[in-house]
Design a protein around this ligand. Structure first.
Ligand SMILES: [Zn+2]
Length: 341
């Protein structure tokens, strides 16, 4: 009998589950959900990582393997004791392995772990750091891949070591992601974000899947692509200064691209950041003086499919990130910040 796989479960914040998901029919007639949530960190971010417990050997292994991601993604990992670290790793062997996904890490109370490594090896470190930089599970890729033998999966995971209810198994394994939560690639059997599954759990992969303990060629290409964290090759996002009250023309020229604008608030007051034009955009506002502290995000709060954020802001520098709602689409737009004071 196949050894029961170690399974990682996603931490999904309750308010994301509550958000409405828009449905669309793809060219093939298949219906897939589109989630309005952009989880990526701002491209070029330095993420501070703090250990909560664990042995010196555990820390050494994490520091050795995690940077394999930043060899390709335009991010930096800084291991630190800073209490304000974005990422906080516990080593509780009774709590499995899990991580919050991308910007969701910022919504966790500062004393709580954002990642747990219940066992420590190269594969699990790379996998959970993959979630941390906003990657999803390859087995939940909506673009092809595994056709589950659902009843067998539910039966197997109801037993040791997982003891999952049908609902937990549906959430952690059988559910396919919304299209913009996942690799913009076809199913990748070599991805470190894929787990080992026995063949009788599937209807279409008699040999099952293999667990991978290293980044695949597709993993490394994807995190370096325009959809994730480009720029290790010198083509990263540059921040455009956006004076308050001055509308600026811009465009999502390449699929998946992000545009980053900064503006300065001199005096506390109410500010509106808004896009205009015919492009369906997703806006995230960060600050003050930080491109990882998410203040607000919006999909369709403006005219038509435009986004709009209205916030009281204290003095400092703020960052507005604009992405297309559809990671495969492009389009022109205008953006403006106005003060209501
Ligand atoms: Zn996982």
């Amino acid at each position: 009998m196949a050894k029961a796989p170690h399974l990682c479960f996603d931490k999904v914040l309750p308010w994301n589950l509550a958000k409405p998901h828009r449905m669309r029919v793809t060219g093939s007639g298949r219906v897939s959900a589109i989630s309005p949530v952009g989880k990526q960190w701002v491209n070029g971010s330095t993420l501070r990582i703090r250990f909560l417990g664990g042995s010196a050997a555990d820390h050494k292994l994490v520091k050795k393997h995690a940077p394999k991601w930043t060899n390709h993604a335009n991010l930096e990992f800084e291991f630190t004791d800073d209490p304000n670290a974005e990422v906080r790793i516990s080593f509780d062997s009774s709590d499995g392995a899990w991580s919050y996904v991308g910007l969701d890490n910022k919504n966790i109370p500062i004393h709580a772990a954002t990642m747990n490594l219940g066992w420590v090896d190269k594969g699990v470190i790379l996998h959970e750091f993959g979630h941390m930089i906003a990657l999803g599970h390859e087995h939940q890729n909506p673009d092809g891949g595994i056709v589950w033998n659902e009843q067998e999966v539910i039966r197997a995971l109801a037993g040791p070591p997982n003891f999952w209810s049908e609902e937990q198994t549906r959430h952690n394994v059988l559910r396919k992601y919304a299209a913009n939560h996942v690799h913009g690639t076809n199913f990748d059997a070599d991805s470190v974000m894929l787990y080992e599954f026995p063949g009788n759990w599937t209807q279409n992969l008699p040999g099952g899947t293999k667990g991978n303990d290293d980044l695949s060629v597709t993993d490394t290409a994807f995190v370096a692509s325009a959809k994730m964290y480009p720029g290790q090759s010198g083509t990263g996002v540059t921040t455009v200064e956006l004076p308050v009250f001055e509308a600026m023309s811009s465009s999502i020229a390449n699929a998946g691209e992000e545009d980053l604008f900064s503006f300065t608030v001199a005096k506390t007051g109410t500010f509106v950041v808004e896009t205009s034009g015919g492009t369906d955009l997703y806006l995230s506002l960060f600050g003050p003086n930080s491109s990882s502290d998410l203040i607000a995000e919006d999909d369709d709060g403006g005219h038509g499919r435009n986004s709009r954020v209205e916030q009281v802001l204290s003095p400092g520098t703020y960052f507005a990130r604009v992405r297309h709602f559809d990671p495969n689409a492009t389009g022109a737009y205008e953006i403006q910040v106005v003060s209501r004071n």
